[in-house]
Design a protein around this ligand. Structure first.
Ligand code: ZN
Length: 262
């Protein structure tokens, strides 16, 4: 075989292997529009060893998560009115994955006073890591706090924003103190061992309306015992869409403004 012919063969072989890969990549993007964020998060977190509350909140070791609405659990605002949050990103992520994380952070920059900045030597910071699932602590914990984005199931714009919102101090929308006026929890469709994920919390709702379109709202089938049986039903209109997947809603952004005084 001439060198040119063997080079051509190599190129063809490379091409035939590259094509299915490309297809896989585009396939991965498609479910983004058909599966809600929480379903994706909960699927990714199935089997993780971490002790998680409500599917993706790290159980605090030193204090009650409910108290996180006090100022001590918030990130501090500088004299210039900006809330700078230092962060590091694990080297395990590829540059494409780092870009996804970066663009999710930029969405906060363009619409709120939150600013993520690479850590210099600050004590408190978010460490983006590739652990077993998508999860975060609630609010600022102190020291290094892990925000896990598993490379297999969590690198989506909406999921990164959802977990960052936890780190800012926001809980899930359907655990709001006033949720019973807006959704019905179908306890009979929920595994009793998972029921605690739906307990109401004493949340600070910041004078904002209950928001079906919040990025912090579970989808209808979260923790359902069986396919086709919904765990959450919007009331009075059961067909209302909940558990969206694009990104922060108008009220998600307003809440950041109110909580941090942007
Ligand atoms: Zn969550």
């Amino acid at each position: 075989m001439t060198p040119t012919a063997s080079l051509l063969l190599l190129l063809l072989l490379g091409l035939s292997q590259a094509l299915p890969l490309q297809e896989e990549e585009s396939e991965e993007e498609v479910p983004d529009d058909t599966v809600d964020i929480t379903t994706r998060i909960l699927t990714s977190n199935n089997g993780t060893d971490e002790i998680l509350l409500e599917g993706d909140l790290l159980a605090p070791r030193t204090r009650n998560a409910m108290m996180c609405w006090s100022q001590s659990c918030l990130w501090r605002k500088g004299s210039n009115g900006l809330v700078v949050i230092p962060f590091t990103v694990s080297r395990e992520f590829t540059s494409w994955e780092r870009q996804k994380i970066d663009s999710a952070m930029k969405a906060f920059h363009s619409r709120t006073c939150i600013r993520f900045a690479p850590r210099q030597n600050e004590r408190d910071y978010i460490s983006f890591e590739n652990k077993a699932g998508c999860f975060s602590a609630l609010g600022r914990v102190g020291g290094r706090q892990v925000l896990s984005l598993n490379r297999q199931g969590c690198i989506y714009h909406g999921i990164v924003q959802h977990e960052i919102n936890h780190a800012l101090g926001f809980q899930h929308e359907q655990t709001r103190s006033d949720r019973d006026n807006h959704v019905r929890i179908n306890w009979e469709n929920i595994n009793p061992q998972m029921a605690y994920n739906f307990y109401k919390q004493s949340t600070n709702n910041l004078n904002t309306p209950y928001d079906y379109s919040s990025i912090m709202h579970y989808g209808k089938t979260a923790f359902s015992i069986q396919y086709g049986r919904d765990s959450i039903t919007p009331i009075p209109d059961p067909n209302a869409q909940i558990g969206q997947r694009q990104g922060m809603s108008y009220w998600d952004i307003m809440r950041i403004h109110r909580l941090y005084g942007c």
